[in-house]
Structures are given as structure tokens and as C-alpha cells.
Ligand binder design. Sequence first.
Ligand code: EPU
Length: 432
Amino acid sequence: MDKLVIEGGVPLRGEVEVSGAKNAVLPILAAALLADGPCRIDGVPALKDLDTMLRILRELGMEADRTADGAIETEVVDPSRSRAPYELVRTMRASICVLGPLLGRRKRAEVSFPGGCVIGPRPIDLHIAGLEALGADLRVEGGYIVADGRRMSGREVYLGGAYGPTVTGTANVLMAAVLTPGTTVVEHAACEPEVTDLARFLVAMGARIEGIGGPHLEVTGVDRLVGTRHRVIPDRIEAGTFLTAAAITHGDVVVRGADPSHLTAPIATLQRMGVQVERLPDRALRVRALERLRPTDVVTLPYPGFPTDLQAQFMATLSIADGNSFVTEKIYPERFIHVAELTRMRARIRKEGPTAIVEGVDYLSGAPVMASDLRASAALVVAGLAAHGTTTVDRVYHIDRGYERIEEKLAALGARIRRVSDRDRGGGDPAE
Ligand code: EPU
């Protein structure tokens, strides 16, 4: 298993380019199941989660290949298949987003029911209720959701839940509705930029969707969708992670290729912390932290609120601020696994219900730490960049699911970070 070894304390300087958004590409690739003819998706990052999605789509009769210039070309060659197997779905919850397009195009689906998740319970009741509201017949059998969409028609679908709207649930309902006769009205749709990007891709294929970007969507079913070409939006969470890496190291970094309009809440939070964030032309952001960081409060919320996927990285950064910060998680109230590992690095963080009270310390101290999920791992890397001494982040495969060449990008900014694999260490000690 690979590890990242970081010698902290170097202020990051230079320019870094953001990759395409993982959470936009995943549903967009699934949506390519709906097309008659080939699709080309540009700006696709090389990530483990995308490899998993490609394997699932091949199981579902799609040819999908990466091109040398970072695109994926797809074409459905065998529409008779409709089963997304447990062996693949269990490795990635986002696989559930093949359910909508399978129902929409093939009117039937068998998708393994996603299991538990380290960031807390992640039910799919809203996906199921949304598809049932469209008239689909869904039942759970042998660990699979077995769905029949032959009686689907345009109806009203409400997608709000106790923790706000659902991102992949909205994607599923949209993808099921675009080829369903009649008008589907989706209320309380998720407004995340990744949902908007999916809707734009569907429209480019010939779908009729009104209200894109907002919580009220109207979809008029069409008879067929055609292949198209689409460039995915930049990854706002990767961009936000670089912003925190620059801030925590008191660096001076230009983040290129980001869409600042997707980062309003994280930028406002950094500014409250005394970090200078300047918008440059051509989708670039310059971030400079010249003074000791100030504490501030963070509450995660559905978009355009502060994203839960940046909560851990901001908590790491606030752990060396000059005072106390409150970090409240409203999307996943149990998403705090990074607290214990940050505490091993000398952070002072106390959890009370869905809130972490972060008492800023003068410095973090490097330590061996364990990655547990994608964003928690990113937070440990961010902390390691600023910590005194050496931080070793174990189980890096979590990071590789969502960050493309993270150590290369950070090293280009001057960070002393390297990947060590068991192979490099002559086979290594698995217990190490
Ligand atoms: N929820 C329900 N019922 C449902 C669906 C969701 O109660 O049927 C709850 C969830 O438990 C959670 C909240 O609603 O409390 C929001 O969940 P949502 O469905 O929006 O999350 P998701 O679509 O499963 C996507 C991202 C996550 C990101 C969330 C929130 C993808 C592939 N994943 O998940 O990204 O945290 O939206 O923005 O798009 C990550 O990239 O690290 C990641 C976890």
C-alpha cells in the first residue's frame, strides 16, 4: 500500500492546474448510456473512481476508452445488459447513478444496493422515492435493486430530505426522466454545479430541461437522445483543497482552471480567516496568507453553501488559527473521522454532536496518520504540509480515488512530499 511522506513547513509557491470534476464526470459517463451514437467527454481526470465507473459501464454493454488527450469516448454496443454487479458497486457508492439511465433507456435495471460508508449512513431512499414517483416499480432482491420502468411517465417528484436535497438522487431522476413521456417536475432538486453540468450534457444530447441550476426542474421527455461532445467543469473541491494548502503553509499560489463562481463560500471563509484571495483573468485565483490565520465558523450546507467535501481540509487549516472555530456538519453529521488523526498531529479539537470545536494551536507536529476516506485524507495531507517534522499518510488509495497526481502537483509548488510504495521499500512490512 502506498504512503505519502511529507516534510512540512514549506510555504507553497507557484501555479497549479485544477483537473476535471470527478463528481461531475461520474454521472455524465452514466448518462452516456442514454445516447444513440458515440459521446466524447473531455477533461476527464485519471482517477480510480473513474476506472471503476468504466468497468461498470462496460458490464452494461458500453464501449468506453480513454484517449491520449484526457478524454473518454463511449458508445453503447449491447443495450441488452442491465445488471451492475455487487463486486463493482461495493467499491464505489456513486455507481448507483447508473440506475436512472438504465431505467430511462432500457426500462429495467438491476443495481447492487450500495453498502455502508465510512462518512456515515448514506441511504438511497430519496433516489428510490423519486423514481417511484415517476411510476417505476422497484424492489430489493438478493442485495439488488430490481427496477422496472415500463410504466414511467412524467409526474411531480419531490427530492428534499432531512439533510437537504440529494445530489446523485437528482442526477438519477433527471436521467430517468429525459426519455420518459410527459413532463416531469422535480422540486427541491440539488443545485450543485455537478448536477448543472450533467443537465447541460443531457441538453447537448437533445434533452429538454428547464430551470437548470435551480431547485425546480421541468423535464419534457423526448423520444431519443444522440451522442455529443462535452467538457466537464473543473473540480471545485480539488481547487478548494489547494486553496487550503496555500493558506495553511502561508504560501502564495495561483490556482488555474478553477471556476471561482463555484467557490464563493470557501473563498468567503478564507477571507474571514485573513487570507487574501484575488480573482485573476482566465479562471485563476491567487491565494496569499501573509499573517496568522484568524479563526472562523464553518457550517456545511447544500450548494451554494459551504461544501461538506471541503469541511475536513478547512478544519485542518483552522487548527492553527489564532483562536477557536466551530465547524458544523449539516450534510453528514458523522463526517468527523479526521478529528482523531488531526489530534495525533497536536491539533486540539473537541466534538460535540455535529460540531467540532477547534482550538487553534501554534503549530502542528508531524506524525504517522491513517487516511480513512477521500476528503479526510486530503485534510491530513494539508495538515502535513504545515506541520513541523515528518507526516506519513498511510492508505493513500483513498486520495487516489479523487485527486489526480496530488503529490506531483504539490511538489511542483515546492512541497516536500513523496509517494513511497511497498515495492520501493523492497516489499515492505505490511504491518508497518
Ligand atoms: N440522503 C438521504 N437519502 C438519500 C440520499 C441522500 O437521506 O436517498 C442524505 C445523505 O445521507 C446526506 C445528504 O442526504 O446526508 C446528501 O447526500 P447526497 O445524496 O447529496 O450525496 P451523494 O449524492 O451520495 C454527492 C457526492 C459526495 C458529496 C455529496 C454532498 C458524488 C459522487 N458524491 O454524494 O462527494 O459529499 O454529494 O455534496 O457526487 C466526495 O467526493 O468525497 C463525496 C463524498
